[in-house]
Design a protein around this ligand. Structure first.
Ligand code: NAD
Length: 262
């Protein structure tokens, strides 16, 4: 263990299991000395998160559904009561009806559009507004996005639009909160084998395609995303805000697939 995050306390939102990106980030932050609280969505996830949290020395668990204002208020109230302040929040939350993560974007329903944007983008704004008053010594807010925000990825559909909105929200929040010493950034990993990732049509093909074509010929790992999160959440990232950092083996620089794959 090193101590880049020593003395810092943060909330990690979005651990569903040990393959979750939020879990990779939590482990890395904990290894650097951070003290963590975890939010989970409902009892079923809570049972999975409890032993994971315990393995990094945390018993601070909060049941939060980001569509429920009362659960968000209660969670931030508990953080204020127990810690009095907050140094960072990791927001690793997204949702769309699986039936609309296949087929054509043009068929997106209004209901799922609203729901996807509310959960996957507006929740960051909701969280930032509640975290801000607790970040009395400045702080960091980190979210997770994907390159399907600005380049069409088959079947990513409404989630691509939600991620474009999220990346824009990162910039607006960074500007609003910058004068208070609060930084807001996003990490954009390539495809990962997680619950949310598996809901996207053709997920395995996307995973294999990225691995076969990225300059590094590799997909992101929980460790590589965790390391980037430590940089952004620690004082080493002190002058970086409003940024989307790519952790995708370099896939985003390509104009076309590698010659061996044409
Ligand atoms: P995951 O399934 O492990 O995590 C998604 C989390 O979102 C779950 O913990 C779930 O409980 C939570 N969530 C969904 N709706 C919620 C709600 N209403 N209230 C509270 N929590 C809710 O999957 P993951 O891949 O680790 O996803 C984390 C983030 O990373 C997401 O923003 C996702 O879009 C992003 N991301 C994923 C990939 C990938 O390929 N898996 C790539 C880039 C970015």
């Amino acid at each position: 263990m090193s101590d880049l995050m020593k003395g810092k306390r943060g909330l990690v939102m979005g651990v569903a299991n040990d393959r979750s990106i939020a879990w990779g980030i939590a482990k890395a932050l904990s290894e650097q000395g951070a003290e963590l609280a975890f939010s989970y969505q409902g009892d079923a996830f809570g049972k999975r998160v409890e032993p994971l949290a315990a393995s990094v020395g945390s018993d601070f668990l909060l049941d939060v559904d980001v569509t429920d204002d009362a659960s968000l208020d209660a969670a931030f109230g508990q953080i204020e009561a127990r810690w009095g302040k907050l140094d960072f929040v990791v927001h690793a939350i997204a949702f769309s009806d699986k039936n609309e993560l296949t087929g054509r974007f043009v068929d997106t329903s209004r209901e799922n559009f609203k729901n996807s944007l509310t959960i996957s983008c507006y929740s960051l704004v909701d969280v930032a507004r509640r975290a801000r008053p607790l970040m009395t010594e400045g702080g960091t807010i980190l979210t997770l996005t994907y390159g399907g925000s600005n380049r069409v990825t088959p079947f990513y559909n409404v989630m691509g639009v939600a991620k474009a909105a999220l990346e824009s929200a990162v910039k607006y929040l960074a500007n609003d909160l910058g004068p208070e010493g609060i930084r807001v950034n996003a990490i954009s990993p390539g495809p990962m084998k997680t619950l949310a990732g598996a809901a996207i049509g053709g997920a395995r093909k996307t995973y294999r395609h990225t691995e076969a074509n990225a300059p590094l010929r590799a997909n992101a790992t929980l460790e590589s995303i965790g390391g980037t999160a430590v940089w952004l959440c620690s004082d080493w990232g002190a002058c970086t805000t409003g940024e989307t950092v790519m952790v995708d083996g370099g896939y985003h620089v390509l104009g076309m697939p590698q010659s061996e794959n044409l």
